[in-house]
Design a protein around this ligand. Structure first.
Ligand code: ADP
Ligand code: MG
Length: 835
């Protein structure tokens, strides 16, 4: 065993500038014993020396080796949090930020005032905080306020291998900030931590780190894992295949926890339901006699007991066994990032949904063997997540059904069997059009190996891959960095706000494509967030101006709002007509997204079927009421959002109200928080606004509704669509369709929209999601005569009309005349307006 370090054991001569300090930590014996088993403890000296002698250090090690929980403690003990300075650790996932801060807090026996966390809407950071876990988005916001991050002496970027967009950008920014700080004589360190995956993107990247930083590998006691491939590969029914495999493992193999990798929350919940039905707990059994507790998986004992039909079962705390409310369609969004495993459209889940109950081997299963089934995904309530770390009730076998959070972020003790679907759910964006769709795809070889490794933490294990070795051979080697796969308009705006004008020169670990950067720059220009580049001049200058337009004051105001640039524009315009509270609410609802419960999933029982049908009818009826009539109806789905939020707040925002009306309670709570946050941001940007949050709102007046529709058009201008008139339809696929400037294919109003049957001539939409067809969601009707006024940047104007003639405008001192125009690229005729 490695003795706990004392100040005396520090090699004093190795410390160049920092004094040798040692802040003692009073850990419990139990914790100390558990720590000493972690491989990273053996490397403490090496790691700390490397950190003392270098600005940048890369630390990689197998998941579970102790990086996240131990490194902050090493640094704390070595005095990196003494005085006013603190240690910061970023995580790409909220779950990890919260659980890891709690774990470190417990290990160090300190209050959560000292070891704290900050995620987008909540945190427990105090002025005494010394170790701060946060999501990467939170630190990026802090850099905007204080570029040199003066209060931190060390920043640890955790889970860098996940390659989340904000993590990538933080590494790029810190590769510049840290040397700047050191040059100023204010020492600062950056430690990048990663699972043992491709790290060359960081180490071999001379743009990032001119001198290759030392990379320290933490060996881990990884036990061998036997990988079993399926002979055949089920094409879509992998949840059914997983179910069969788990049943088999559970009935035939010795004790040891099972960890299953699926792709999304809905799938996880459905497999959990099915497993619980097949291997239920018996609530009224007697407690076991002494010494009988550990019968888990002891197959022989169980079989014997079964023959005698007298299995003594341990009593299980039923309340502790989550009955799992179905909260489908949830998402984890941090400062605008989607967590890949969660998703909006449920179409995929429908296709991949449950198989018929009782099909396959399930009906032969022995219901007396208890399986302790726990779900695990990002948005599961923290108390429920914490369950996977506790030992399962005696006499049960742990079975965790997880999304890829269990791949690297969290280590679950006691796993011996891994069942890997080999799939991952990813959001795909079309680079040009921004149309997004969720697709289940094969994961990468690196991820699959990572998943398999979860089985060998405590003893040799087994990994069952639900696909063949040939299919595995075709997997891509590594999963691509997120930044290369999504639009980057929000990032480009944030960078311009940091005065990084030439974003293309930024030291990205992996740069986004130049098309994506171009599309972002174009959108920001059209929103007025960037200064127009000169149209005339010398070729060289024009070339230089390209992709390096500086930010405008409007852009700065927009960057202050933690929402997508399109919505930020709407906020910036919302001051007029006392509309801001409505715009804030709308933008919040659009940012949180999917405020309605997913009711299209297949029902498990007849009873549930009836309940679902009833609820669907009720939701349709409520939407109709919230959509209002007359002018209000024009605002379409955006009016429904306003109405739903308003009604929910009037009812006190209770889970019951949401349940009864098909609203997602979590979404409603998040909207309320975001409204608070946006109100503060608006007040900071325009002091005269003087807003305060009154959750309840009166419905907007007709004139305000019109104004809101115009704001929607101004923000979503590049999302304008025009109905293809019946007389223009040549090909039946264009019936009831809309045309958009960017897409060649027809797009349709989504059936869940209140404007589905109304078919207004011009609409703007929040997003197009591709399922069976291209569907517009979040649709609002707009008037064509607003287009030339609000979106002149998209219009080609004709000569002034003779009649009516020009008019002098005393307000502006300009001459105004009527002009006709056409909408760019598509040439839609727009009515003549006075400009
Ligand atoms: P790494 O960051 O290298 O993946 P961690 O520091 O997250 O490793 O985990 C180290 C060990 O601490 C794990 O093996 C795990 O068993 C244990 N651990 C982590 N979090 C918890 C927790 N919340 N409860 C109990 N044990 C935990
Ligand atoms: Mg970790």
């Amino acid at each position: 065993p490695i003795p706990d370090r004392t100040a005396a054991s520090l090699p004093a001569e190795k410390i160049p500038s920092e004094p040798a300090v040692f802040i003692p930590v009073d850990r419990t014996a139990e914790i100390q014993e558990a720590r000493l088993k972690l491989p990273i403890l053996a490397e403490e000296q090496v790691i700390m020396e490397a950190i003392r002698e270098n600005m940048f250090v890369i630390l990689c090690g197998e998941t579970g080796s102790g990086k996240t929980t131990q490194l902050p403690q090493f640094l704390y003990e070595a005095g990196y949090a003494s005085g006013d300075s603190i240690i910061g650790i970023t995580e790409p996932r909220r779950v990890a930020a919260v659980t890891m801060s709690q774990r470190v807090c417990k290990e160090m026996n300190l209050s959560d005032r000292i070891v704290s966390y900050q995620i987008r809407y909540e945190g427990n950071v105090t002025k005494d905080t010394k170790i701060k876990f946060m999501t990467d988005g939170v630190l990026l916001k802090e850099i905007q306020k204080d570029f040199l991050l003066m209060k931190y002496k060390v920043i640890i970027i955790d889970e860098a291998h996940e390659r989340s967009v904000y993590t990538d950008i933080l590494i790029g920014l810190l590769s510049r900030i840290v040397p700047l700080r050191n040059k100023k004589g204010l020492p600062m360190k950056l430690i990048v931590m990663s699972a043992t995956l491709r790290i060359e993107d960081f180490t071999q990247n001379t743009r990032l780190f001119p001198i290759t930083p030392p990379d320290i590998k933490v060996d881990s006691r990884q036990f061998p894992v036997t990988v079993h491939f399926n002979k055949r590969t089920p094409l879509d029914d992998y949840t059914g295949e997983a179910y069969r495999k788990i049943s088999k493992i559970h009935r035939m193999l010795p004790a040891g926890g099972i960890l299953v990798f699926l792709t999304g929350q809905a799938e996880v919940n459905s497999l959990c339901r099915r497993l619980r039905k097949a291997f239920p707990f018996r609530p009224h059994c007697k407690a076991p006699a002494e010494g009988e507790e550990d019968t888990v998986g002891d197959v022989k004992k169980f079989k014997k007991a079964k023959q005698k039909k007298t299995l003594t079962m341990p009593r299980i705390d039923l309340d502790n066994y989550s009955t799992l409310p179905v909260d489908e369609g949830d998402e984890d969004r941090e400062a605008g990032i989607d967590d890949e495993e969660e998703q909006l459209g449920s179409d995929l889940d429908l296709d991949l949904g449950e198989e018929e109950e009782g099909a396959g081997e399930g009906d032969k299963s022995d219901p007396s063997l208890p399986l302790y089934v726990l779900p695990l995904y990002s948005l599961l309530a923290p108390e429920k997540q914490a369950k996977v770390f506790r030992p399962p009730p005696p006499g049960t076998r742990l079975c965790v059904v997880a999304t890829n959070v269990a791949e690297t972020s969290l280590t679950i003790p006691g796993i011996k069997y891994v069942v890997d679907s080999g799939r991952v759910k990813r959001r795909f964006y079309d680079r040009v059009t921004g149309v997004s769709s969720f697709r289940v795809t094969w994961t990468s070889q690196a991820s699959a190996d990572q998943r398999a490794g979860r089985a060998g933490r405590t003893e040799p294990g087994h990994c069952y891959r639900l696909y063949s070795s040939a299919v595995f051979g075709d997997f891509e080697k590594f999963s691509p960095a997120e930044i290369t796969r999504r639009p980057v308009d929000d990032l480009v705006l944030q960078m311009k706000d940091l005065n990084i004008d030439k974003v293309i020169n930024f030291p990205f670990p992996t740069p986004p494509s130049s098309e994506a950067l171009m599309a972002a720059e174009e959108l920001l220009l059209s929103l007025g967030a960037l200064e127009e580049p000169p149209k005339h001049g010398r070729l060289k200058e024009l070339e230089r101006a390209k992709l390096s337009c500086p930010i405008t004051p409007l852009g700065r105001a927009m960057a202050a709002f933690p929402v997508a640039p399109r919505y930020a524009k709407m906020l910036a315009l919302g001051k007029q007509q006392a509309c801001l509270p409505y715009v804030i609410t709308l933008v919040s609802a659009m940012t949180v997204r999917e405020i309605f419960q997913e009711l299209d999933r297949p029902a498990v029982s007849d009873e549930e079927k009836d309940k679902l049908t009833g609820k669907r009818a009720r939701v349709v009826q409520m939407k109709r009421i919230w959509a209002g009539q007359g002018g209000a109806l024009g605002l379409g789905d955006l009016m429904v959002m306003l109405g739903a939020v308003g009604a929910c707040e009037y009812a006190g925002c209770t889970p019951k109200f949401c349940e009864d009306n098909g609203l997602r309670y979590k979404a409603m709570v998040e909207i309320r928080r975001l409204r608070g946050q946006l109100t503060t941001a608006v007040n900071a940007v325009c002091s005269e606004a003087g807003l305060f949050v009154d959750p309840k709102m009166k419905p907007p007046m007709d004139s305000q509704v019109t104004f809101l529709r115009q704001i929607a058009l101004a923000g979503l201008g590049d999302h304008l669509a025009r109905r293809v008139q019946p007389e223009e339809v040549l090909d039946p696929k264009w019936r009831n369709a809309y045309k958009t400037p960017l897409l060649d294919d027809p797009v349709f109003i989504h059936p869940s929209s209140v404007l589905f049957k109304k078919l207004p001539d011009f609409v703007v939409y929040q997003e197009v999601v591709e399922t069976t067809k291209m569907y517009m969601k979040g649709v609002s009707a707009v008037e064509p005569e607003w287009v030339p006024v609000l979106l002149p940047q998209y219009c080609h104007f004709g000569k002034p009309l003779e009649t009516p003639g020009p008019r002098y405008c005393s307000e502006t001192g300009r001459v105004r005349c009527h002009r006709e125009s056409t909408f760019y690229r598509v040439g839609w005729q727009l009515p003549a307006v006075e400009l």
